[in-house]
Design a protein around this ligand. Sequence first.
Ligand SMILES: NC(=O)c1ccc[n+]([C@@H]2O[C@H](COP(=O)([O-])OP(=O)(O)OC[C@H]3O[C@@H](n4cnc5c(N)ncnc54)[C@H](O)[C@@H]3O)[C@@H](O)[C@H]2O)c1
Length: 257
Amino acid sequence: MDRVLEGKVALISGSAQGQGASHARVLAAAGAAVVGGDILDEKGEAVAAEIADSGGSALYTHLDVRSNEDWAGAVALAEERFGRLDILCNNAGIVRMEGVGEVTDEEWDEVIAVNQTGVMRGTRAAIPALRRAGGGSIVNTASTLGLKGAWGYSAYTASKHAVVGLTKSTAVQYGEDNIRANAICPSSVDTPMHWGEMEHFKDNPYFDFDKWLGDNHAIPRIADPAEISHLVLYLCSPMAKWVTGAALSIDGGFMAG
Ligand SMILES: NC(=O)c1ccc[n+]([C@@H]2O[C@H](COP(=O)([O-])OP(=O)(O)OC[C@H]3O[C@@H](n4cnc5c(N)ncnc54)[C@H](O)[C@@H]3O)[C@@H](O)[C@H]2O)c1
C-alpha cells in the first residue's frame, strides 16, 4: 500500500474491534501514526500492539466518547507522543433496534449520547489540534440509516441523520482552516455489531436477512471492514483534498435502488 499518510497522525474512536480496528490497521499501513481509543481496553491495547508488532506506529488510550475529559486526554496524547493531530475518525457507535413507539427514554439517551453527542464532543476536542497542524480531515461514521429510515432503529436512525448534519456544518465552518469533514454511510458490515443485530432477528419469522440483502443490494453481500477503511483512507489522503461536506454511501448499491 502507498504510504500516502506518512507523517500524519490519526485519532480513531471505537478502535478495539470491527471497523475502527480495521481503520487503525489500514491508516497505519499507509504511514499514519495512530491513537486508538475505546472502552474495551484489553481489545484496544491488543489492536495497537498488533500494529506496532508489524512495524506501524500505534498507541491505545481509554476513550469513552461520552467524556470530554477522555477526548481531551486522547488529543493531548496524540500531540505529546506524535507531535500533531491531522485526522479524526469518529467511528465509535452502538445500535438499539426499538421503534419510536417502544423505545425507552434510557435507550434513546444512550444511543444519542454515544452516536450523536460523542461525535460532537470528539470534533470539538480535535479542532484546535487540527488547526495547530495546519488543517486535517474528519471522517464521521454515519450509516445508510443516516440517509433513510428503517423499521425499528428509531434512536439509531435519528442519531445517524444528526451525524450527517453535523458533518456538513463542520465542513462549512472549518473549510477556511483547511479542515475537511465528511460522513461515510455504510450498509451492513461484517463486525460484532452486525452479528449482534442478527441475534435480534433470529426468532423473527418475518425477516430473512439474506433475502433482504438480495432484494435491496446491487452487490448482495455484507462488506468486509477493510472495504470501509479504504474509503476512510481516501478521505484522509491528499487525493480527497477538495472533498468536504459529503455523505458518501458505501453500501453495495443499497441507496441506489
Ligand atoms: N456494522 C454495520 O453493519 C454498520 C453499518 C453502518 C454503520 N455502522 C457504524 O460503524 C461504526 C463502527 O461500528 P462497527 O460495525 O465496527 O461495530 P462494533 O460494535 O464492532 O464496534 C464499535 C466499537 O465502538 C466502541 N464503543 C461503543 N461505545 C463506545 C463509547 N461510549 N466510547 C468509545 N467507544 C465505544 C465499541 O466498544 C466497539 O469497539 C459505528 O458508528 C456503527 O454505528 C455499522
